[in-house]
Design a protein around this ligand. Structure first.
Ligand code: PMP
Length: 419
């Protein structure tokens, strides 16, 4: 580990093999989802070939093997983020599922009438709408800490928003819109000093730097496997030891109870099983563990250096395109993401033009329309990098952007925007 990443990383990804989409495509939409290395794909196939049976239920050898693999995946993830032995690593369907679970459980428990929940102005809908709904349901209020013109939240503004009426804050670690890296450690500490629980949305952080949960010290941290080279529809909710213990489960069903009888109150199990009703996505968990191992094998220093190289190269490349303007300060942290607009050209015309040149980017409001409103933008064009992207990918973007012209969206639908 620690070696710089080079184009050979592509050999790890069947997506880049001859005839597969990556062979022709400059795939630069990694903040939406990453491609999967063979190590992850093979882990899924191996699980379903050699260990498939339900977990935590069967009293036979294969069921125990399956359960062991699930437990081992949990342990790998725990170690990957440096969580304590007693902390809960709950497998979820992703970041969205994790935040909804929290809003419906700890949220309902601690947020009451007249209270406030604090979020930043750069939240993804998945870490905004569950809290908005909780506030509506509990007659509490959502306080949104504004984002400055530089695309960052002022920590003094954040601290000022806290108070005795704020039992919980929910903050994004790395912005999926601008790549801003929030000082979450400092923000979590401020929340704790003021007596609030801190929920962190780590969806965009986990693939770009080593997540050291003990250092950040949040109460809850959510992320998705698919943004860190693992499978879709699987994710993790980290919960500090003991915080979820006596809450009513989010969903109830198989695997969550000690015993059910017709007239006794239902007794739920403790630990992660309390939060994983029904048959879990065991292969997804196994695939995520393989993704953690894969990233570890590349080395976090190398991943960070690679991101920095590409962010710098993208900034230089865009400086050479007349009318291109970067939004925010992407070089300021490990995010592997650059967002920009083109003067007088709708982001969808830019995206459509790049698509014609076999370049895949995201354009629009990135599931964060309130943030784009505050920035006064219709949308942005987002280049987001993975470990397999190269300077050549950016050279292709450079060439294509030199010929971009206003098109359908600019002339016919100049104010339309998409999610
Ligand atoms: N938060 C952020 C910051 C994200 O970028 C995303 C994915 N775009 C999510 C939450 C939601 O993740 P998922 O769709 O995997 O639940």
């Amino acid at each position: 580990s620690g070696k710089p990443l080079d184009a050979a990383v592509r050999d790890d990804f069947p997506f880049y093999s001859t005839g597969a989409p990556g062979a022709a495509l400059a795939y630069l939409d990694n903040a939406a989802t990453t491609q999967k290395p063979a190590a992850v794909l093979n882990a899924l196939i191996d699980y379903y070939t050699n260990a498939n049976s339900n977990v935590g239920r069967g009293y036979y050898q294969l069921a125990m093997t399956s359960t062991e693999r699930h437990d081992a995946a949990r342990e790998t993830v725990r170690q990957a983020i440096g969580a304590g032995a007693d902390d809960d690593i709950i497998f979820t369907g992703g970041t969205t599922h994790g935040v909804n679970l929290l809003a419906a459980t700890i949220g309902r428990r601690v947020v009451g009438k007249g209270d406030r929940v604090v979020v930043t102005g750069m939240e993804h809908n998945s870490n905004l709408l569950p809290w908005r709904r909780l506030c509506e349901e509990s007659a509490s209020e959502l306080t949104v800490v504004p984002v400055g013109a530089d695309g960052a939240v002022d920590t003094a503004d954040f601290a000022a928003a806290l108070g005795p009426d704020v039992p919980l804050v929910a903050i994004i670690h790395v912005s999926n819109v601008l790549g801003t890296v929030n000082p979450v450690k400092e923000m979590v500490a401020a929340a704790h000093r003021s007596g609030a629980y801190a929920v962190v949305d780590g969806a965009q952080a986990v693939a770009h730097g080593h997540t050291d949960i003990r250092d950040i010290d949040p109460d809850f941290y959510c992320f998705s496997a698919h943004k860190m080279y693992g499978p879709m529809g699987t994710g993790v909710l980290y919960a500090r030891h003991g915080l979820l213990t006596d809450l009513q489960p989010y969903q109830v069903g198989g695997g969550t109870v000690k015993g059910v009888s017709a007239c006794e109150p239902v007794r739920y199990v403790g630990g992660p099983a309390r939060w994983e009703a029904g048959t879990p996505d065991v292969a997804g968990a196994v695939g995520l563990a393989a993704a953690c191992d894969y990233l570890e094998s590349l080395g976090w220093d190398a991943v960070r250096a690679h991101d920095e190289t590409l962010v710098r190269a993208a900034s230089d490349m865009l400086a050479d395109i007349p009318g291109a303007r970067i939004i925010g300060a992407p070089a300021a942290g490990p995010s592997g993401l650059v967002s920009f607009v083109m003067d007088g050209i709708h982001p969808y015309d830019v995206g459509g033009h790049l698509d014609k040149h076999a370049i895949a980017v995201r354009c629009g409001v990135h599931c964060a329309s309130t943030f784009l409103d505050d920035l006064g933008l219709l949308g942005t064009v987002r280049l987001s990098f993975g470990v397999y992207n190269t300077i050549e990918d950016l050279a292709r973007v450079h060439d294509a952007l030199r010929t971009v012209r206003p098109g359908y969206w600019t002339s016919e639908q100049p104010t339309t925007r998409f999610l």
